[in-house]
Design a protein. Structure first.
Length: 180
């Protein structure tokens, strides 16, 4: 662990003699399961544009939190694959018809192919829950961020459902009473 901490501090240019900083780094790294993959992830993502003006320690926190999320998502392999596939399918469909929707001023629900709706009801709901407006769907699609947003929605819904299912019967009853 000490070698990895030293490596991370060197690669991210964290210059600190503070025992608190080192303790923070060690504490965060204890939450990591796959150190080899983590080391590669840090090395591959150190130059991300959104990290350009961050300090070394800020980069460490951001990259470590992102990696922990990836590890958590990968632990749900089936769900991870389904979410990736689902997001890719919807994003591709939007990309194919977004110019028509944009210039015809119609919503995605009004797109038909071979006499039937182009988007399934659950796909339309995913778009609505992700963006709430057609303009935002189009904007995210043009920025190539729609797939990621739909993926995040799918995973968060799965986690919420899994946490609800893990509740006891009494806890579920309390949740239902609170909702009323």
């Amino acid at each position: 662990m000490q070698n990895l901490v030293k490596y991370i501090m060197e690669i991210l240019s964290i210059k600190s003699d503070s025992t608190f900083t080192i303790a923070d780094i060690e504490s965060e790294m204890q939450k990591i399961n796959d150190f080899e993959m983590y080391r590669e992830y840090i090395r591959d993502n150190i130059d991300n544009f959104d990290l350009k003006f961050k300090t070394g320690f800020q980069k460490f926190i951001i990259l470590t939190n992102r990696f922990k999320r990836i590890e958590e998502d990968r632990s749900l392999t089936d769900t991870f694959d389904k979410a990736t596939s689902y997001a890719k399918i919807i994003s591709s469909k939007v990309e194919l018809c977004r110019s028509h929707v944009e210039f015809a001023y119609c919503g995605f629900k009004n797109i038909y192919a071979d006499g039937k709706r182009y988007f399934e009801v659950d796909e339309l709901w995913a778009l609505y829950e992700t963006c709430h407006t057609t303009d935002k769907v189009i904007a995210l699609s043009k920025e190539h961020n729609l797939e990621g947003e739909i993926y995040d929605l799918y995973i968060s819904k799965y986690k919420k459902k899994a946490s609800y299912e893990s509740l006891t019967t009494n806890q579920k009853r309390v949740m239902e009473l609170v909702k009323r």
